[in-house]
Ligand binder design. Sequence first.
Ligand code: GLA
Length: 766
Amino acid sequence: MIKKIENDGGTYFLLQNDSLAYLMRVRGGKLEQLHFGRPIAQEDCAALTYPPNLGWGGSTLYEENDPSSCMDTVPLAWSGSGFGDYRESPVELQVEGKPLASDFVLKDAAISDGIIPISSGLPGATGGSETLVVRMAYRGVSGLQLRLYFSLYPTALTRRAVLVNETAKSVVVTKLMSVLLDLPGDFEITTFDGGWIAEAHAHKTAVSRQRVVNESTAGFSSSRHNPGFLLTRPNTTEFHGEAYGFNLIYSGNHYASAQTSQQNLTRVMQGISPDHFAWEVKSGDCFETPEAVLCWSDKGCNGLSRKMHRFVNENIIPHAWQYENRPVVFNNWEGCMFGFSESKLLFLARRAKRLGCELFVLDDGWFGQRNSDRAGLGDYSVNRKKLPDGLEGLSRKIHNLGMDFGLWFEPEAVNPDSELYRAHPDWALHTDGVPDLYGRHELLLDLTKSEVRDYIVDSVSNILDSADIQYVKWDMNRQSPLLGAEAHAYIVGLCDVLRRIFGPRPEILLESCSSGGNRFDLGMLCFFPQIWTSDDTDPIERLDIQQGLSYLYPQSTMSAHIAAAPHAQTLRKTPLSTRANVAFFGVLGLELDLSHLLPVEETELASQIQFYKAHRETFQFGEFCRNDAEKGAVCWQVAGDRKSVVGLFHRLVPAAPGYEWLRVGGLHGAKCYRVTCCPQLLRVGEFGRLIGHISPVPIDPNGVVLRTADHRYKMADAAQSFTASGDALMSGVPINQRFTGTGYDKRLRMQGDFGSNLYLIEEEPV
Ligand code: GLA
């Protein structure tokens, strides 16, 4: 519900549902920010109004005779410059090259049902219940107007701003944030930072008088700094305390800042990065910001994640794919790279099918002269040497095996060594007077040009119509050379291309990729239900990457594949069990050369995929929780209808590790649950010459007997099953010991480095 309330204190706007409340008051034409968080009563307006400000020395007054009109000290829901608020401004404008102060005051406000869609071409959330539009007029120049949009969703609130220029002159926007608010008290900020193969590592720091900035200037949302971030109270944990989540429905350069004022107010804002930004708003035009998302919970970071996940699943993901089970993928990239033939692909497809995969994805290398990453990008004609029967033939053969077929594209970029570039060098982005800079030997195409967009729409659409294709992986593998407003125009162009290709084809499952997670953001998720989380498939690295993303994005958005070990990205050797156990907490796939699998690995992979499918809905859409665990361990839980799966992961083993407890969240205290530690592969060969300790006969650690046993048989590991009440499981029950250097026992969790276990927790019938 959104309400306008008039009382002795003035005019208030209360936006409220079961999940949150947001209260503002109009004062002197400005919007005061009184409350954001726990749902409140309408009668609380008075109590939440700040007492009259009796003045702080050295301040500027907005109304000469009103000492309480010192705008520098008031909590605001929007600000500007030139009216006495010297904190960071969310808006910066210029007219004829000169800065223009931005003193906007409320003109009127309207409440309407549903949402008001963005008209600039950017994507936005859907399914909001109501929208408040506050129109503010510029005090100095008539005809300049600012509109602030507030939309209410079941678990979040969104905000955006629009500058409307009805003056006779152009106005240049050099900064316009989507949201600003002043929150009371101290906070810590958690950002999700990294780079290629190391995305979304969580970093927490105190918000202080120094401004903390979370920004991307790479042209895209970037893996350097994800646009989403958290503000938490200093005592907030995963389970308790207040947590605020912020995100932007945008894939371009973003900016957010947080800073505490002298008056203990924390100013936070988020929007397009102002870096090099200058957007001309001609007379009669307007400029719209992307939509910012605000979320709140008093149940710690896990509570916040649950609300954010629900918002993404229900208000961001395209309708056709909301809560739709995602298939288990086999992707040929890490197994083949550019070197494949149709017969090799069909061999892999047959094996993948046998293991339980449902969708075969042909990655890079199927078109033009694309035999390495130096050539061919841009030429979407099938390479008949590799695929003599074309995509039509290959997709038919894959379907005949009982699998769906998916295809990789990188339509935004071009190799200079390509037919497309030779025909249209001007379609690529160049910087005047400066040599081209290459990333992965490619240039970006200029998506602000309509003829370039038409080419991409036509070439991709023709391919999609030429074969039986159920899935597309849309990749983009370089940073942008564009700055500021041009980088923004590129993103608007990209949205146009995506809408035109995939709008008429909603049944195609789309996966976005940008060298892994270089564009893991809500803007992409409005088109693509899932994203290739990272080119790093090493499960130990994925613990950080997937955990970082889990704060803001649900498991159904994170594509996660089981890959080979030693890993291409880290040279780390990890057990197959851990590779699967981590990938289960996302959208599962396989990405390795299946021709080298040992019989024992094949059996294990097949049973892993079978287990995932049996609990697929819980893994993809269940409530995700980061549980407490012993120091150094990571514990994830997904909870579905009457069952949960808990993953307990370790990095390096200490000698003689101590007891460990399994702690499960969200159970019914009095109900009884069966807990099963899921059986997994323990290779005989893991033990090398140590096998002599348990073998009655001498065994050569390098001999054929041990090698044969290793390839064919597995050892029992961590067999454990018991029942316990919800109360006991929520407090933590001790689980079987880890290997302590005193010999093998089938009840032990025989973990060397990088070991893990999965526990299935099922409610017992009464
Ligand atoms: C990028 C992607 C990979 C793969 C390759 C193909 O690196 O992140 O998953 O698709 O491109 O060239």
